[in-house]
Design a protein around this ligand. Structure first.
Ligand SMILES: NC(=O)CC[C@H](N)C(=O)O
Length: 423
């Protein structure tokens, strides 16, 4: 997995676009930073590149604050004030739906400022405290605010002030517009890394539950947030995004981009140069690439995702007993089991007797895992009665082909192991 992420960073190619400069402090960002993180639902986080570089969350805060607004006010009350239709407008468009008087969705600034104002709390500081608590629980560590970016954005916040006053004219916003913009700007200035964002995304992917079992968001709220991210998360390129990458996502002008594959994985990337829509240029490209390589697209049919991998010791051989259908995420778990095998010449049996199906990526990952066990010095035997590994290329070729080509291979050198495994 880590190797794949390094390859991804290497393959992302030349950068284009410009670092956001309408927030003066963001113009100082190092434009060449590049990072990716993938977080599984059980808490594993894989990273590559500048994974510990902090940047401000910016608009990636919007879905989380929207979730808190719904938790505080109820979905109906929030829907009365903020619609859920893609706007086709730029993120900072000064507009309300002419028919309903509502911001078109909570992912553009008008809707996000309205969401912020709907969070319970007497003033900006009280709301931001609750917002920061929520983000921190999702990230699994205490987050803080980048005060320099906050001050810098607040000093140039005329456009967001205009939006807040506009919201007050339609009674969506009841408080003091300056206080609301202050709170919203602080929320955008929360400092995160791709690790944090991937973990936050993985909680959304898990229906609102952290890997430690903390149900931070109600599953129904979580579903609402993901749905809105899917249709509105990428501003006026949301349609492009859904067709070319196909997962709910949210971008921010500091260069972060977070994607959620429900039930499977949370992903985040970081690269500060932005395209004309305000989305990270290389970030978008990395997601397109991952969709291609890992089969992320939500609209692609997925079969059931049950799988177990357990390690037994039989006759001094380590037996990895794998069961269920294998996709990317199940294969990752299997490989994690392989990676824990101590380097040495212990015989390893990979028992696929209970696996009837593996998709292409899972098959390739498994073959690669097997290849690495060989490289580490293990005598690897494969039980593949259903021909799950097929005749796929291993990359190095010579490793398992002869054995796997005959479905039902029984490791002749380990008759006891074989019968134990099979019986
Ligand atoms: N797209 C963004 O990330 C915009 C967030 C930024 N704080 C703003 O309100 O303009």
């Amino acid at each position: 997995m880590i190797d794949y992420l390094h390859l991804l960073l290497e393959s992302v190619g030349e950068d284009a676009g410009e670092v956001a400069s309408y927030i003066p402090e963001l113009a100082n960002a190092d434009p060449d930073r590049l990072a990716v993180a993938v977080a599984t639902l059980d808490g594993e986080v894989y990273v590559a590149g500048d994974a510990d570089t902090e940047f401000t969350i910016q608009s990636i805060s919007k879905p989380f604050t929207y979730a808190l607004a719904i938790a505080d006010q109820g979905l109906d009350a929030v829907l009365e004030r903020i619609d859920v239709e893609p706007s086709g407008d730029a993120f900072n468009e000064i507009s309300l739906d002419p028919d309903t008087g509502r911001p078109r969705n909570p992912m553009i600034n008008a809707g996000a400022i309205a969401s912020h104002a709907l969070v319970s709390g007497d003033d900006a500081d009280a709301r931001v405290e609750r917002i920061l608590d929520l983000y921190s629980r999702l990230a699994g560590r205490r987050l803080s605010i980048a005060e320099d970016v906050f001050e810098s954005e607040l000093s140039e916040a005329d456009r967001n002030m205009a939006l807040a006053y506009m919201l007050r004219t339609v009674k969506t916003l009841k408080g003091d517009p300056a206080d609301v913009v202050r709170g919203y700007t602080r929320q955008c200035s929360v400092s995160v890394t791709v690790r944090d964002l991937a973990r936050m995304a993985s909680v959304l992917a898990a229906g609102g539950k952290t890997p430690d079992g903390d149900q931070v968001l109600d599953p129904a709220v979580n579903l609402q947030v993901l749905s809105v991210m899917a249709t509105c998360g990428m501003y006026n390129s949301a349609g492009d995004w859904l067709t070319s990458v196909g997962i709910p996502a949210k971008s921010g002008v500091a260069g972060g981009l977070m994607g959620v594959l429900p039930g499977q994985v949370g992903i985040a990337v970081f690269s500060p140069r932005l395209d004309a829509h305000g989305n990270s240029t290389r970030g978008v490209r990395m997601f397109e690439r991952m969709n291609h390589d890992l089969g992320l697209h939500l609209m692609a049919p997925v079969e059931s995702a049950h799988s177990v991998s357990r390690r037994l010791v039989r006759e001094s051989a380590a037996v990895h007993e794998i069961s269920g259908d294998l996709h990317f995420i199940e294969a990752e778990r299997v490989l994690r089991g392989f990676a824990q095998e101590p380097v040495g010449d212990t015989p390893v049996v990979v028992d696929l007797d209970r696996v009837h199906r593996a998709n292409d990526i899972a098959r390739r990952m498994l073959l690669e895992g097997i290849r690495r066990l060989y490289i580490d010095g293990h005598d690897v035997r494969i039980v593949d009665p259903w021909g799950v590994l097929g005749t796929a290329e291993t990359g190095s070729g010579e490793l398992v082909r002869g054995e796997q080509a005959h479905g039902g291979y029984v490791p002749a050198a380990f008759p006891d192991v074989a019968s134990a495994v099979r019986g």
